[in-house]
Design a binder for this molecule. Sequence first.
Ligand code: ZN
Ligand code: FE
Length: 266
Amino acid sequence: MVTKSPLQVWPIPAFDDNYIWCIHDGVSALVVDPGDANPVLDYLESQGLTLTGILITHHHADHTGGIQNLLAYVGTDSLPVYGPASETIPGRTQALMEGDRVECVAPSIVFEVFEVPGHTLGHIAYFAPSAMPKLFCGDTLFASGCGRLFEGTPTQMSQSLAKFAALPPNTAVYCTHEYTLSNIRFALAVEPSNPDLIAWANAAQALRQSNKPTLPTSIAHELRVNPFMRSDQPEVMAAALRESGQSVLPSQAHVLAAIRAWKDRF
Ligand code: ZN
Ligand code: FE
């Protein structure tokens, strides 16, 4: 006899450092960015969960590679596969744009869709507003970091991160990679005397030493420790100026561009 539980969000580890987030109520489950079907199927079976939908943030294979095998396993054409309208997503049934809503019945959860170009041009994020808001941000925002700019511009990434910064501070942020410790090493190079960052470095280290995820993070926390969310802070701006060799960085997007380029060669 299966009984429903309160909504849970569980990290299914995949590859070296991906998390496939499973949103479930003890009976029905959604998965976000299943790059690999096998760990998802193992988890669903071990928990007795039925897959009712797949949410995709962007087209990269480590986020989409498991879709076809999950569809084959479920054996139905009716499984919704949500994904960005402007990217090619295998098996996608629902093409999403800015402002769209995704209303899931089982598990019961509603998402608002944000377009967040930068890492890829069509990248979207799923925000579930509630008393305990949740954000599934793909490879746009990481704990103390942000995604590489494979397709978009620094201005686009800066605007995408500004959308996240405007969300409720208690929004739980479910990033898709465990990059936190290396992101923190870089963040400390940008802001060596940020006391929140120093405390977070110790806490994150302890979590990883006991093999625990450092995620989810929160919007409030990222605003305190993530240099890519802090391009308006004097210490971040000064570090960006120093590393870029420019004499002036006229906008937050220029600061972000300088920080991102520094991280890419860090
Ligand atoms: Zn990616
Ligand atoms: Fe990825």
